[in-house]
Design a protein around this ligand. Structure first.
Ligand SMILES: *[C@@H]1O[C@H](CO)[C@@H](O)[C@H](O)[C@H]1NC(C)=O
Ligand SMILES: *[C@@H]1O[C@H](CO)[C@@H](O)[C@H](O)[C@H]1NC(C)=O
Ligand SMILES: *[C@@H]1O[C@H](CO)[C@@H](O)[C@H](O)[C@H]1NC(C)=O
Length: 472
């Protein structure tokens, strides 16, 4: 059953995503300030965990440990500490790729006092995005506790640093995230690619948690016109040959046009994929109707209330429960029903059709393949989905001097010289010569097909990793 599903998913990927789309690795720039022989700007890929300092920079000195060079073991065990002495530069730990999850390396580095981790690739290849493993693989609750930024650097650059260190040179680096996001004007456009499914384990929980925590800030931004927010939902379609199969019937609506995977990967019980599609559609329609009445921020209330009042585990993931939440927010249920239309009918749904189109990458944004994904000013956000980290990223998306006051409040400008092992970040207003961001777009043909088959369908279509997103 799983294999078949995997195949469907891959067919979808090939048809929809990979062959015509591309994946973009989000980068920041890294400037070596000493030694003289290495002085230059290099590129590195932002890890999809920890807290990248969007809008800021961080200065440190590189340490490559004599033991535990892959950082897979705790540094306490080998009695090494990277805590910088008062007045000293913070430490950037250089670790080698391999043997364990990137997240474990970052966690060990943070605990030993490093302010950031640079992971040197172990083969010559284009930069890739380091991602978080699924919780079930990791057995760890430390994932959400990683606060230091991480960056993947190329093998050759890693080798040059090691070479300089072995000669006794001090290697100082300035990590710069100020140009990681475009910041053209006084309004930030952002998208949140999400899902109403609440039974997908840790990813779903952290997603709901984020929406709850971020709601307040999001609503202030939106009401005052500082941002334009749009929620998005991924669906895939069932290839023609499978439309009459049991899988497509239980997972799709509108005759195989819009599908989602079974929430608990068990077709015999609980809710089906098509229930998720319908609830996702209801959320998208809620946004459309609320936006048309000039109150797009109500979406945040709807989604948080729905998650609390209508969870799958209480068997309340239903239209009746959803309608009560809609009513309580003063939105017209009839308009939303109209927007949803008849899920059994053999017709297109304009809202879901637009969502499928939007999923394909455009301009500087790659295809959306990981859920949840945040896109800010048309660039995919990397880092953990956490209120403070996301706020910092959104604030970095405003043109200089046009940031709303909420961006200058304590919550964003915490004194990180004291936290995060001494890794300060400087505001983009600081007078530092801007470094050029090296952005590279990688057109990759059809590789997702093999990636999916290799990974198998481990129950998570939407989380199905692409080649450029790696875990270890
Ligand atoms: C992560 O942080 C939470 C909340 O601060 C804490 O309860 C938990 O013990 C931490 N986990 C680890 C592995 O440090
Ligand atoms: C929401 O409303 C604004 C203003 O009417 C409009 O510009 C925007 O395109 C709408 N967004 C969506 C997703 O319909
Ligand atoms: C900012 O940097 C420029 C170029 O290095 C320099 O000429 C200028 O004096 C600096 N301004 C301040 C306020 O430090």
């Amino acid at each position: 059953m799983r294999e078949k599903l995997g195949l469907l998913v891959c067919v979808w990927f090939v048809l929809w995503g990979s062959c015509v789309g591309r994946f973009v690795v989000e980068k920041n720039s890294l400037r070596v300030t000493s030694p003289e022989s290495l002085k230059d700007v290099y590129e590195c890929a932002i890890g999809n965990f920890g807290v990248p300092q969007y809008g800021g920079t961080m200065v440190g000195t590189v340490v490559y440990p004599k033991a535990n060079q892959k950082a897979c073991k705790s540094f306490e065990d080998v009695e090494i500490s990277f805590k910088s002495k008062p007045g000293g530069l913070p430490t950037f730990l250089l670790a080698d790729r391999g043997d364990c999850f990137f997240t474990l390396k970052a966690w060990n580095a943070q605990n030993a006092g490093a302010a950031a981790i640079l992971v040197a690739d172990d083969k010559i290849e284009p930069l890739i995005t380091m991602d978080t493993p699924e919780e079930e693989n990791a057995h760890a609750d430390y994932l959400q506790n990683i606060t230091i930024p991480s960056a993947l650097i190329s093998k050759s650059f890693g080798d040059s640093i090691k070479n300089a260190l072995s000669k006794g040179d001090m290697v100082n680096i300035n990590l710069d995230w100020r140009e990681s996001l475009p910041h053209p004007d006084e309004r930030v456009e952002y998208e949140f690619w999400t899902n109403s499914n609440d039974e997908c384990g840790a990813k779903c929980e952290s997603q709901i948690e984020f929406v709850k925590n971020f709601k307040g800030a999001a609503q202030i931004f939106e009401r005052k016109g500082y941002t334009q927010f749009t929620p998005h939902y991924i669906t895939w379609y069932c290839p023609d040959a499978f439309i009459l199969s049991k899988q497509c019937k239980s997972q799709c609506i509108n005759h195989g046009r819009y599908c989602a995977p079974d929430p608990e990967q068990d077709f015999s019980r609980g809710y089906d994929g098509k229930d998720v599609v319908v609830q996702n559609l209801r959320q998208a329609c809620f946004f459309k109707v609320a936006n048309e009445s000039g109150k797009p921020w109500l979406w945040w209330d709807y989604v948080t209330d729905f998650a609390i009042r209508c969870p799958m585990k209480d068997k309340k993931y239903t239209k009746e429960c959803a309608d009560q939440v809609i009513l309580s927010l003063g939105v017209d249920v009839k308009k939303i029903d109209q927007c949803i239309g008849d899920p059994e009918a053999d017709v297109d749904n304009p809202v879901l059709k637009a969502e499928q189109d939007a999923q394909i990458g455009k301009g500087s944004r790659g295809d959306v393949t990981i859920l949840p994904t945040l896109v800010i000013n048309n660039r995919q956000y990397r880092g953990k989905l956490d209120k403070g980290a996301v706020l910092k990223a959104i604030c970095a998306g405003f043109q200089e001097t046009t940031e709303p006051t909420i961006c200058l409040s304590d919550e964003v400008e915490t004194n990180e010289c004291l936290e995060n092992n001494g890794g300060c970040w400087q505001d983009k207003a600081a007078n530092i010569t801007a470094c050029k961001v090296l952005l590279c777009l990688l057109p990759v043909a059809c590789y997702a097909f093999s990636a999916c088959l290799l990974l198998g369908f481990n129950g998570s279509l939407l989380w199905c990793s692409s080649d450029l997103i790696i875990l270890l």
